[in-house]
Design a protein around this ligand. Sequence first.
Ligand SMILES: [Fe+2]
Length: 178
Amino acid sequence: MAVMTAPPSNKAAIVDVKFPHKALVDRLSPGGRYIDAQTDVDSPWVPFGENAAIKHLAFDVRQNLFSNILWVKGPGVIGTHLHRGTITMVCLEGSVRYLEYDWTATPGGLILEVPGESHTLVTEHPDGCKLFGWMQGPIDFFDDQANLVDTADVWWFINHYETYCRDHGIAINPKLYV
Ligand SMILES: [Fe+2]
């Protein structure tokens, strides 16, 4: 077999790949999918406090995994929270930093957060920030006296989405449940 240094075909044609377990995939796989994150067709912006909103993109209850875009609409703060899972985020617009760290995320930048970290998100950008997140595990939110107020896990995010849809007559989108 040749060593691959580039994709072996650049032909724009479907190749019938003989995957031996295709019947199982057809029967059991939830399937890949496309979620339109640019418009509200697949998912609405759901308010998250006065100055922020969340566009929910995916929920996986097996892995306590949730994906969304967090939009902080102007200069603002998401108060101190503690992660109990792994967070992968990409800054899409604006900029954002954490009081605990010495860097500022700008569009295209990747943010990785690991279990056990607590931090305080601040955006000073006039347009705030939009952050795409692929997030796993609960997030504990604290008040300014360090009292635990709520834990946001996949069930919290599903409830946040579904409550808004119910209250606004928006159909629940089954595509978001992976
Ligand atoms: Fe965080």
